[in-house]
Design a protein around this ligand. Structure first.
Ligand code: SF4
Ligand code: SF4
Length: 98
């Protein structure tokens, strides 16, 4: 294995994010669909852990800040319930290599 390989936690520590305060690049279309979602795979599949089910309010809490733009949540959502776009130019994750 290459001595340069790092795990996701280490990767998160070296990434930089430029947060666009005026535009959420990920939006849940319908909280009702999340309420009825059988397994809520977004909560376990997102490598940045940005989705969390709130059992008290019966709502999916989520955050677009810290998104790694991997697209996993979009692909894995069984109800096509995410309005997903890349952040606007210049915003979002900035991967640092090396
Ligand atoms: S996988 Fe989709 S529908 Fe299910 S909880 Fe997550 S965002 Fe909601
Ligand atoms: S694109 Fe990836 S990092 Fe961003 S919210 Fe979806 S699963 Fe998480």
């Amino acid at each position: 294995m290459s001595s340069k390989s790092i795990n996701v936690d280490q990767k998160l520590a070296v990434n930089r994010f430029l947060v666009d305060e005026s535009y959420r690049h990920i939006k849940i279309r319908d909280q009702e669909a999340c309420k009825n979602c059988e397994t809520r795979p977004c909560t376990v599949a997102c490598p940045a852990k940005l989705y969390e089910w709130n059992e008290e309010t019966k709502e999916m809490m989520y955050n677009y800040e810290g998104c790694l733009e991997c697209g996993t949540c979009l692909l894995i959502c069984p109800h096509d319930n995410l309005d997903w776009n890349y952040p606007r130019g210049g915003f979002g994750v900035q991967y640092r290599l090396g």
